[in-house]
Design a protein around this ligand. Sequence first.
Ligand code: 6PG
Length: 240
Amino acid sequence: MNGPGRLASACMQVIALADREQLARYSADVLTTSLPRHRGLGLAGGTTPEATYRLLSQAPISWERLTLWMTDERWVPSDHSDRNSRMARDTLGETAAGRLEAPLFGELMEPDRAAQDYERVLRRSLPDGPGLVLLGMGDDGHTASLFPTTSALAAKNRTYVANEVPGRGWRLTATIDYLSQADRLVFLIAGETKAAVLARILDAGGDFPARTVMDSGPPVTVILDEAAASQLSATPVNRP
Ligand code: 6PG
């Protein structure tokens, strides 16, 4: 773990935009420019990336060259509004959605069996690794479904596991090991509620799952809105 005030890795950049709309526009531009260099695209769940995904659905991207995958999934029915893959399909549009390999599971399946099935899909569909990976961060410092103090943080020799999260039920998530194999990690983080934990992570080197992933090896780009950046003091922030 690097020390306080020192970015997670030598090739880490932190960028802040005025608001969520500017964050979406900037991140969509970064991705449109970067994606031709990658074969895989890991998708973050949650709500922050929705605006970015909607802009990507209109961007000049050769989706046929890419395999899209979910960095985590909630253990809910496939048509449930909380399903991350449903959000991704609805916002990225039909062409990109056709390139998405999402975890497939029914209610009678065991979570870890579903995770193992998805591991096989990832091995087959992404033989060169996870590619460019988008991640969000919760106000507790989780990323993907790697929540503080949960068993998935310790997973070894796995790319995807089931993770029982107190108060949230079961999740499926990429492991730290798998995320560490990314070509590049791009965090999209917005909102005042993330500001305190983000300062603890970036300014103070706080021990949270998002920081562990930031420290895991790939180049890291953290794209914020000013609300999320509002408590940063020791971290260099670029303002394009
Ligand atoms: C999930 C996500 C999770 C998300 C953060 C931030 O399934 O919830 O994958 O890691 O990125 O919780 O969520 P928001 O973007 O909604 O703040």
